[in-house]
Each structure stands twice: as structure tokens, then as C-alpha cells.
Design a binder for this molecule. Structure first.
Ligand code: HH2
Length: 274
């Protein structure tokens, strides 16, 4: 099985690592550390050296309570980083909800568009349909300002799966082949700790969608709640969660700590594939 990702064809025989580059002043775990284009590019090159299979570049924090960023500001943050990394040996993903930026990022060389809003904005699917880029369709309930106030589901796994199934159908109707799609249950996006644990425990139930699943658990507040640790100190908990996700079928893990995750997956792969 492969993921078509712009000019890349990513084999999915073993779990892949997506490294996170936050070009933001306010991301929950590393806000401000890679806010200049130079710092973000240096970080990206470091994560590639550490073994990232792809990189996700974002210019707008989506942590609970985060303020939205204007299109111009998000452009200023993201495009120079993508342009400087055009020669990278791994595919670049852009993490954005804005259709205009999706098109511009793909023109600047992004091979994937990752939308936490599931390409629901008018024009979002059209912005990516005409290219060869991959798309990551994520589930969230509500928006970052209010999403953690009182998330509610009948059955969180069924609700998330039904939503993703509808968005896959919408993307197919827009002319996007399934070989370009991945889906993501959106850990922490309008979910309580119990919702997140249920989703992780039953992640294999998303396999019926027959598109690869991405899991983003790295440093998230659910890890903080379980370990009592601040975001910068959640590596061990994040690795435990990433390993559980791949055990339950995740094809890609989205992480801040690439080298450590790579080591953990090397051990997991060796045990799993023999
Ligand atoms: N999580 C975050 C942002 N984008 N995209 C996908 N597909 N899945 C995720 O789980 C996901 C995501 C939040 O993490 P981070 O980018 O580190 O923080 P912030 O949104 O504060 O920049």
C-alpha cells in the first residue's frame, strides 16, 4: 500500500513519522521556539536528519483557546519555510484550514495538506483537487476557542468514523483519489480524556474506512493528565501513546520528538515483523 503525496509515493508497510514544525508564537508545547523562518528551517532539517518521513509545517496554533490568525500572517509564517525547504528529501505537509493558503502552499511545493477542519471550508476541497498532493482529513468537534468546554458524542468512535466517512466521500466527489487520502480522529480536538482513550483503544475500528490513519498524540494534554507532566516533559508518555496507536493500526504518527520516536518504532518494527 502507498500514499500518493505530490511527487512522492510513500510506502506504508511500516509506520511513518511525521515531524511537527510549528512556525507560531503560541503553540502549546513549543510556541515561539521556531517562530522565525530560519529557526523553523533549521528545525526541519534537524528532524529530517533524525529520520522524519515527512514534515508538517503549521503557522496557526489550534490548541484549546488559541486565537485565529489572519491569512496574511499565516502566509508570512509558512510560505518562506516551505520555499526554503523545496529541496528537502521528504514530503512537506502544510497544516492549514485556509483554502487560499492550501493552493499557495501546494504551488510552493507542499506535497500534503493537513486540515484539522476536514476540508469543510468553502473552496477547501477545490483548492487541493487539481494537484497530486495528499490530504489529511481530521475530525474535530467545535473550534479551538470553545471545543474543550463540553464535548459530547453518542459513541465517540462511531461518530468520528461516520464523519470521516462522509468527508472521504465529499473528497472523492471533488475528484480526489483515495490513494491521496489519510484520516485522523483528531485527539484532543473537542474530546475529553475518556473520549481520547476510547478512540485510541478502538483506533482499529477506523480500518473499515480503508484509508491510512494518522494519530497525533505527541505531548498532548491527555498525556499531561495521565502523567502529571508539563508539555516539554511528556516524551515517555507520548512514545507509549504512539506505540499503542501503531499497534492499533496507525500508519503515520505525528510527533515533536522524531529521534526518540524513531528508536521506539525500530524496536516495535523488529518485534512486529518477525
Ligand atoms: N494536532 C495539532 C495540530 N495539527 N493535525 C493533525 N492532522 N492531527 C493532530 O493531532 C494535530 C494536527 C496540535 O499540535 P501542535 O501542532 O503541536 O500544536 P498547536 O496546534 O498548538 O500548534
Amino acid at each position: 500500500m502507498f500514499l500518493q503525496c505530490g511527487n512522492f509515493r510513500l510506502p506504508l508497510a511500516r509506520p511513518l513519522i511525521m515531524g511537527v514544525i510549528n512556525v507560531t508564537p503560541d503553540s502549546f508545547s513549543d510556541g515561539g521556539r521556531f517562530f522565525s523562518a530560519a529557526a523553523a528551517v533549521a528545525r526541519a532539517r534537524q528532524l529530517i536528519d533524525e529520520g522524519a518521513d515527512l514534515l508538517d509545517v503549521g503557522g496557526e496554533s489550534t490548541r484549546p483557546g488559541a486565537d485565529p490568525v489572519t491569512l496574511d500572517e499565516e502566509r508570512r509564517r509558512v510560505l518562506p519555510v516551505l520555499e526554503a525547504l523545496a529541496d528537502a528529501r521528504v514530503p512537506l505537509s502544510v497544516d492549514t484550514q485556509k483554502p487560499e493558503l492550501m493552493s499557495e502552499a501546494v504551488a510552493a511545493g507542499a506535497a500534503m495538506v493537513n486540515d484539522v477542519n476536514g476540508f469543510q471550508a468553502p473552496g477547501a476541497l477545490a483548492a487541493v483537487a487539481g494537484s497530486a498532493c495528499a490530504i489529511c482529513i481530521m475530525h474535530k468537534q467545535g473550534n479551538p476557542q470553545t471545543m474543550q468546554q463540553s464535548p459530547q458524542y453518542v459513541d465517540v468512535v462511531t461518530d468520528v468514523r461516520d464523519y470521516l466517512s462522509q468527508r472521504i466521500a465529499a473528497a472523492e466527489q471533488a475528484g480526489i483519489a483515495r490513494s491521496r487520502m489519510i484520516v485522523d480522529p483528531g485527539f484532543g480536538f473537542g474530546k475529553t480524556l475518556e473520549h481520547n482513550l476510547e478512540l485510541l483503544r478502538r483506533l482499529d475500528e477506523l480500518a473499515v474506512l480503508t484509508v491510512p490513519v494518522l494519530a497525533g498524540l505527541s505531548r498532548k494534554s491527555m498525556i499531561g493528565k495521565l502523567t502529571g507532566r508539563d508539555p516539554g516533559d511528556r516524551l515517555a508518555g507520548s512514545i507509549a501513546a504512539a506505540l499503542f496507536a501503531v499497534q492499533r493500526g496507525a500508519a503515520i504518527v505525528r510527533v515533536h520528538d522524531v529521534a526518540a520516536t524513531r528508536d521506539a518504532l525500530a524496536v516495535w518494527n523488529a518485534v512486529n515483523q518477525d
